[in-house]
Design a binder for this molecule. Structure first.
Ligand code: NAP
Length: 250
């Protein structure tokens, strides 16, 4: 085991996960807690849901601190994370927070466009910029960005969302090159259709027929991929996009 791997200070490993009160982020938080990480759990407004995840993480024997802030706000993110990063020094960051505001481009409002780019693309930038200097200094870090099949293929009604996710894929590749010498890996996980509130408005029977595996993915399917990418076993993998989509064509 190299001295700079997090396993040498196992009990103190912290992972910051954005949007972890529900859905995919919640499963990632629980999985990383099982993997031995303490969790810095970001969310936006649903305190009860976040508190519930916190209790489950504590039951798993790990620490969990709730860090609510709006990732799309540079000011809120910087103010909230400056002390948190100093205090807990996370080795892992998962940029997961987000939402879709679907609509055809010809009828899209400025708000739909700006809000989606702000939460995904700016959110990635605000959070990653806040944690990266310490990772660079300690020469260790794992960054995983949750993107989407929508950023890899065309999806009608999601021009804003596809643009944001494709932007993060580009950023993942460039940042991976920028920090590779510092033993920091930067990867993306691209889910297909995953059973969360985000999908609740869509017809699941119709969707299943389009998926080669004939099932909608679970949040745990995504969490397992993240667990691998932050593990020591993935230490030579960087700048990649790992699809978790049941065989959908990308
Ligand atoms: P979800 O169940 O709707 O959960 C969204 C999470 O993001 C919640 O924890 C929410 O916090 C948080 N959030 C929303 N806006 C935020 C903000 N401005 N600042 C901080 N946190 C914010 O969504 P999901 O389906 O798990 O999606 C998670 C990620 O996976 C997203 O990036 C999404 O684009 C991506 N994805 C999802 C699917 C899918 O099929 N579900 C497919 C591909 C990619 P509150 O609880 O406080 O609102």
């Amino acid at each position: 085991m190299r001295p700079d791997t997090p396993n040498t200070f196992h009990s103190e490993r912290f992972a910051l996960i954005t949007g972890a009160s529900r859905g995919i982020g919640r499963s990632i938080a629980l999985q990383l807690a099982e993997d031995g990480y303490s969790i810095l759990l970001n969310y936006h407004s649903r305190n009860d849901a976040a508190e519930n995840v916190r209790e489950q993480i504590i039951d798993l024997g790990q620490q969990c601190h709730l860090v609510p802030f709006d990732v799309s706000s540079a000011k809120e993110t910087t103010e909230c994370l400056s002390d948190i990063v100093k205090q807990f020094d996370p080795s892992v960051v998962v940029n997961n927070a987000g939402f879709a505001r679907d609509g055809l481009l010809a009828m899209m409002s400025d708000e739909q466009w700006n809000d989606v780019l702000a939460v995904h693309l700016n959110g990635f930038y605000h959070v990653t910029r806040a944690v990266l200097p310490r990772m660079i200094r300690k020469r260790y870090g794992r960054i995983v960005n949750i993107v989407s099949i929508s950023g890899q293929t065309g999806v009608a009604g999601q021009v804003n969302y596809s643009a944001a996710k494709a932007g993060i894929i580009g950023a993942t590749r460039s940042l991976a090159v920028e920090v590779a010498r510092r033993n920091i890996t930067v990867n993306a996980v691209a889910p297909g259709f995953i059973d969360t509130e985000m999908l609740s408005e869509l017809p699941s029977d119709e969707i299943q027929k389009t998926i080669p595996m004939r099932r909608i993915g679970s949040p745990e399917d995504v969490a397992h991929a993240v667990s691998f990418l932050v593990s020591e076993k993935a230490s030579y993998i960087t700048g990649q996009v790992l699809a978790v989509n049941g065989g959908l064509y990308t």
